[in-house]
Design a binder for this molecule. Sequence first.
Ligand SMILES: [Zn+2]
Length: 446
Amino acid sequence: MTRILDPPTFSDSPFFFDRRQLAQPQREVHHVQPHSNPVVAYYHPKGVGNYHYGERHPMRPQRLELTNQLVLGYGLDKAMTMHNPRRATDEELANFHDSDYIAFLKRVTPKSAQSLTEEEQKYNVGDDCPVFFDVFAFCQQYTGASLAAARKLTSGSADIAINWSGGLHHAKKGEASGFCYVNDIVLAILELLRYHARILYIDIDIHHGDGVQEAFYSSNRVLTVSFHKYSADFFPGTGNLSEIGSDLGKYFSLNVPLQDGIDDESYISLFKAVMEPTINTFRPSSIVLQCGADSLGCDRIGSFNLSIAAHGECVRFIKSFNLPLLVLGGGGYRQSSVARCWAYETGVLAGVTLPDDVPDNQYYEFYGPDYKLHPPLTGQIQNLNSKQSLENIRVVIREKLRYLNGAPSVQMQEIPPDLYGFLQSEDRSTEETKEEMGAQGLEIRD
Ligand SMILES: [Zn+2]
């Protein structure tokens, strides 16, 4: 790949600097020093694993407790600052979502939902996205964590922020979708856009990151890249190579459609071959990485063949670019695999090598019969991705990146008008002070 010579950037736009002056005094965005240990902030909203989608539903928030206990069992809390963030407010959720949809989520209960057929249809709640007890509080918790993590990065007091309870990439502006109700990723990216010129969003969940792509489809300040299984009968049915963005956002959406059974070697080599030129061309000022664990082998819904080590290698590779990094969870339907994967990736991000023996913890019995961090998960499904098809994807993506490099200098008009007020809104210094207190181990609140 030819290294691109100084392409036009978004921050070249005079309007960009004007906007920053309007908001508040410009802050330094601290980039990670390549040879120092990054400061890592970890967000786990207390009790976020106690919600229940329903007996037969594959999404189990309990996996978040398993993850957290494994992280603690490995002693990773000593390598990071630990935070129990506050819930997101209605106003924060309304920065992306329609207020009538938020009001609905807030008032609906499992009982009232039974008589709300019309609204159930309008907001797409029901089978995939059931109305369960305290569903709104669940959304406020995981979203509050992603927002606090994003604020931590923009304040410059952490280089990497992790929220495994976030990453619900399917939720739309006005409706639920694919087990997701509120799109914490879109909201966190909007928060980052207050101070960052360009955000790169990367999605390694087995499903297409459609909600995030859609939200920023016409923006050239957010480049979305999704690696996923693509077929007409696999949810959500989008994410073809030909989906590239529109208007100012043309060429700022990239999709890597894959088939069943992709193995470690093919995935890692394609991931690196796509991401390295993408980062060098787009030159993001921060990166958001959605780490859905349903792309692992032996998932209950997914059908890839990835090991935890390979999934984690993608995280390690993105970390190596030393840019402010927000790391989020996502899908993952085998609880023991999800917890292993995200604990391992927490170790990768914190620069700590974890022993393969699972440490004693509250959920130890989940890790049998081997009780290892890296159980065999691969080789169960036939790899339907031919060398030729993967090479074809690689060539097409590189061709698209050439167009991206030729994109005209960016104006601010791509930000929807209703975001201007948001971008100039409240002074958050009190809140950030509280979050700093949280970083010192002081309990903020549930
Ligand atoms: Zn998924």
